[in-house]
Write a protein that binds this ligand. Sequence first.
Ligand code: SAM
Length: 224
Amino acid sequence: MRVHVVTMFPGWFDGPLGTSIGARAIEDGVVEVVIHDLREHGVGRHRQLDDAPFGGGPGMVMMVEPLSRALTPLAHTHRVLFTPSGRPMDQSTLDRWSAMAEVTLVCGRYEGVDQRVIDHLIDEEVSLGDYVLAGGEVAAAAAIEGVTRLLPGVVGNPESVRHESFRDGLLEEPVYTRPAVFGDWAVPEVLLSGDHARIEDWRREQRLKRTRDRRPDLLGDGTG
Ligand code: SAM
């Protein structure tokens, strides 16, 4: 899979892409990340990227021309713009992207992007959540990490990505490891019972309880 990132801050990605499973997946050739420096497409001597909004108002808007120059050669890819106005990014978004050969992630800055870019050069607008960040880079890094771990061979045990939060519309149950008792904090007895059916029942019950308590919206069936 190839992921293109269009950003004003190419150096921003050195950290996220240089660490942990992202770095390993890149090294193993499972995913290729191509960073496109938007500044190279800036207008004029100062490589301008933004201008004042028509109609007035605060802040600056990212101009059409640099984004058009950056995105036209990527027209064969699925082009995503990160924006608070987009649909929320969730596990199904990442599942969908992980099945694509080439995706382009566009990071906004300032007050956002001239609407004509969105109308003509963007396939999908996606939000990281209901809050406003300074730029789309954090969202792009989250998407790259979330997609990469879905690609075959990246997570050691493929069962891990099949049994985790959101897979069956539920949050994951609490998990424990050794020691069974730490001071007076004990692991739930059922997990030490060796009774796999009882353990499975307990886990499902915990998943349901957690989801009902914290994310009733995920149940969507009235039980929340
Ligand atoms: N004026 C915009 C608004 O009110 O929706 C916010 C612009 S924000 C300061 C600058 C850029 O950061 C956006 O163009 C977008 O690319 C990115 N951004 C900020 N919050 C985001 C979020 N929740 N999800 C995705 N991208 C976000």
